[in-house]
Each structure stands twice: as C-alpha cells, then as structure tokens.
Design a protein around this ligand. Sequence first.
Ligand SMILES: Cc1ncc(COP(=O)(O)O)c(C=O)c1O
Length: 399
Amino acid sequence: MNPLLDKLQPYPFEKLRQLFAGVTPDPAFSPISLGIGEPKHPTPPFIQEALAANLSGLASYPSTLGSDALRGAIAGWLERRYGLPPLDPATQILPVNGSREALFALAQTVIDPVPGALVMCPNPFYQIYEGAAYLAGATPYFVNSDPARNFAPDYRSVPAEVWPRVQLLYLCSPGNPTGAVLTLEDWKELFALSDRYGFVIASDECYSEIYFKDTAPLGGLEAAHKLGRSGYPRLIAFSSLSKRSNVPGMRSGFVAGDAEILKKYLLYRTYHGSAMSPSIQAASAVAWNDEQHVIENRQKYVAKFNQVTPLLREVLDVDLPDAGFYLWAKVDGRVAISDTEFAKRLHAEYNVTVLPGSYLAREAHGANPGANRVRMALVAEVEECLEAAQRIVEFARKL
Ligand SMILES: Cc1ncc(COP(=O)(O)O)c(C=O)c1O
C-alpha cells in the first residue's frame, strides 16, 4: 500500500462523529446542523432544465479540455466579474469536476517530491490542501491566520530558510472557515514572494459570490491584473458552481491562470481521467452565463447573516464575515470552554451541531488557531438558522 496514505488525518466530520459518540441529544429539540459546509438553497430550475435538455451528451466520451462553449462561458464570466482583459479559453481555462479534486490534482502536477519539499497552507484550512501535499510527496507548512489582520495568514512570520523549499502555496479567499478576503496589499506581498522563490500559488476562490460588503471579493487573477502581471505567472485560480449556483452535486468548477502550468495540468488530468460529463458541461455553461440567480442567492445569505449574527453576538465573540457562508465564532470570550466541549454540550443539550474549530486547523508554532472557535455554516433556510441561533444564545447564557 502507498505509505503516504498513513499521513492522512480523519476528516473533521469523522472526528465530530467520534466526539458525539454515546451522546443522546435532548429529544425535546429537533436536530439542526450548522456543521457541514454544504449549500442547501434549491438549485435554480433553469440549470436543472439545461441538464435534462442535454442528456444526449451521456452517449459520448468528453475531452479533458472541455467544450469550447463551456470554456468560452467561463472566460466571459471571468472578464465580466473581475474586469480582466480577454482570456484565451484554449490555454488559460480548464473545466474541473468541482474545485476539490482540482485543488488536489494541482499538487500532483506541480510538486517535485525532493526531500524537504513544502506546500504552504493557511491554518485553519480546507482539509484537501494537506492531503494533496502529503500524497504528492511534500510536507505541509502551516501559517496561522491572524485575527488581528482579519485572519490573513501572517507570511512575514515565516522564517527566511523556509521559503526556498516551498513549491506550492494554497490560499483561500474568501476563506473557509474565516470568511476573510485578501487585500491587494496581501496579494502584492505574495506575488513578490512567488517571484523570488518560484512557487506556484493555488488560489481557492469557491466562495467568491457570497459576500456581505458593498464590493465583491478581490480575485487572484484580478489582483494580478491590477498589479500589472500579464499572463498570470505561477498563479492558478480555482472557482466553482457549487456555492455560486447551488449545484454541489453537479461537480462543476474551473481553473484559470498560467497557461504553461495548465498545459502540464491538462496532461496530468488526461492520464488521471478527470473529464467532465458533456451534459454537466452544457448545464454549467448556462449557469456561468446567468448572473440573476447568483444575485438572488446572495441576497438570501445577506438577509440570513444580518438576522443571525446580531443574535449570536449577544453571547459569542463573532462578526459578520467579509464573505462565505460561515460564522467563525470565538467561544471562550466570557467563560473558559474549549471548542470541543462547547460543540459536545450544545449537541447534547440543544441538538444543534457546530464544528469545533480545532478540527479545521493543526497545532503549529505552539498553537492550534482554531482551538477556541467553532464554525457555523448558515446554509439552511433562515427560520432554521434563527432557531439554531436562539438555542445557542440560551445555551451560552447558561454556561
Ligand atoms: C475552501 C473550499 N474549497 C473548495 C471546496 C470544494 O468545493 P467544490 O469541489 O464543490 O467546488 C470547498 C467545499 O466545501 C471549500 O470549502
């Protein structure tokens, strides 16, 4: 067996299952889960109809490169959304089966597994980055997110001798779980480091369309363009329809950026066998071409977060995030309680599930930056989220 598999940790939801083992929630309350970060708003009917209208695509093998129509639709979306100059859909864009597999596959393409190879990850982080690093023969190097800097990882804290070993840097903006969006200044710093040390930046942007500020989150390609970097050197951006269009089951996203890296990535993917079904490609093109449903979806999240956050703020240290669909709340502000104890007791006493922050981060540089926080995914409809918030308030007041 591949010995690298032994380096993989149980997924956070498995850890949660173990935490709750033997606990019977109070049957007076119906179960509400804010634990899993899965969009729950309904899929827009026009996307379902586009999928049904294109089922004839099931009769043929797709190419890994994807159809011109889909890559053209993605290029159009990128240009409209980020004000980019025209992209070349033939070389700068590739469809992927959701950003999860694509984030994993990039490490397998980029990493040269020499001893000491590092993949830099934010901490807390989306768990795929760590597994991708290990299975590519590298080691993750975690940079803790800094609450004082709106949860941006503090790259200045990284010792100088680490940087030459970094081959790939994952970043997540808007962040899961923090909801933080990187600024143009953050990007400038990162690009300077990438230019100096030659590492590839994988910019995970799958929450980009759910935001609470007046301006839409800055994207990696947009930052590169604004800073005058033509051709997006060593930058690959990842986006997805899962959250934007409420189609997590469709498995549809794209990568865009440096054409030279994408050429190798396409070669890797051809062998790996990760082409997107023609039917899904057709429905995806329709989804990328429509913005009205995205605006309506965002309005639902804004209304929900505006109602739920002030309630929770009565008892927890929590703010409206820049973007995303999570609240990243500090639980030990008023009383000493760990994230796991908070989650376990809330589950037992009020039948509400939240995810302990420590499960989403690793102990690094003397601390687990998630240890005193919980992640709450406000993905259900507003009434259910409000009911959960009211129960959390009651619970926290008793602590
Ligand atoms: C930060 C982050 N990146 C990527 C993904 C993967 O999304 P998908 O594969 O549906 O595009 C998720 C899913 O929850 C996520 O939270």
